[in-house]
Design a protein. Structure first.
Length: 315
């Protein structure tokens, strides 16, 4: 069973990596606001079909409105930041920065979840963040708006994930999903008035691919977590760096420098160590990395946590 789940996870993250290639391709021509607007618009039918089978009783009023509002803001910022980072930075470097998100989740879990992070996990976080500095090389290379956007995406994605861990048991999945989508649609619609460019049919098809691939990858991750332990599936997210390196070289002529390789290796090792520590017995009620079951929330990426909860309710 674990092997089957592992294969589902590898396939899911390969699809996510392809999804990000399309974002980068379109980002060379269009503003992130325009890409997010249309990808969100095309995501609504997919999400609607998924929610038709939601048998949970209740309304759309949040139990924790201020936490929902904060998470919605975090999700909007994450989407804009991640899409921009993918558009202007090399793929491998963007992933290296975004891989800091699980480390930040562990760090933020201390004040927000009351998580007790021991010496081993604390040291792993410090080492992992040092890996981010190796990738960024502040003082020796120019830090651009793209680097800042990547760090912003990692930070706000981590905060959004922590909020889900804090209130997720009391809020309906539909509330957690639809409020950020609606906010993305409204905010991007306003910003679209300033950046809109006409899109040929091919590029509109690319937007559809972004929405569809995010949905398909989400379903594959559901299958992965149904067939394998979280400690097996979670580390598979790092396989995206392989696809990023390959796609970056073949499609965009990107090369990976030594600092990015070293820094990414440090980040991945520290992340894997945290997953290993959390998969052992005696962990606390909140396990920030293992229970954050997907990539950072973006406009076109469905939160796997919500989908898994619905799957469990069904059966």
């Amino acid at each position: 069973m674990n092997l089957k789940g592992l294969l589902y996870a590898l396939f899911a993250f390969a699809v996510y990596a392809t999804h990000d290639v399309v974002i980068k391709y379109l980002g060379a021509t269009y503003s992130p606001f325009q890409i997010i607007f249309f990808s969100t618009l095309m995501s609504f039918p997919l999400v609607s079909f998924m929610l038709i089978g939601d048998q949970t009783h209740g309304n759309l009023r949040p139990v924790h409105p201020w936490w929902i509002a904060l998470r919605t803001v975090c999700t909007v910022i994450t989407g804009m930041s991640a899409f921009y980072a993918f558009s202007v930075l090399p793929l491998a470097q963007t992933y290296a920065i975004l891989f800091a998100s699980p480390l930040l989740i562990t760090l933020m879990s201390i004040p927000l979840l009351g998580e007790k992070v021991g010496l081993h996990r604390g040291a792993a976080v410090i080492v992992g963040l040092a890996g981010v500095f190796i990738v960024l090389r502040p003082g020796t290379t120019e830090l651009t708006l793209g680097h800042l956007a990547g760090m912003s995406a990692a930070m706000f994605s981590a905060l959004a994930s922590i909020i889900v861990r804090k209130i997720g048991r009391e809020e309906r999945s539909v509330v957690l999903m639809l409020y950020p989508m609606a906010a993305n649609f409204i905010v991007m619609a306003v910003l679209l008035a300033f950046v809109y460019q006409p899109m040929p049919l091919l590029h509109l098809g690319g937007i559809g691919v972004i929405s569809l691939f995010g949905f398909v990858a989400g379903l594959c991750l559901i299958a992965a977590y149904k067939n394998a332990e979280a400690a097996i599936v979670a580390p598979m997210q790092y396989s995206q760096i392989i696809w990023a390196t390959l796609f970056g070289y073949l499609l965009f002529g990107e090369s990976v420098d030594r600092a990015t390789i070293i820094g990414t290796s440090v980040i991945i090792i520290s992340g894997l160590y945290i997953v290993f520590r959390e998969s052992r017995g005696g962990k606390s009620e909140n396990t920030p990395v293992l229970r954050t079951r997907s990539r950072g929330a973006t406009a076109a990426t469905f939160r796997i946590t919500h989908m898994l909860r619905r799957a469990k309710q069904r059966g």
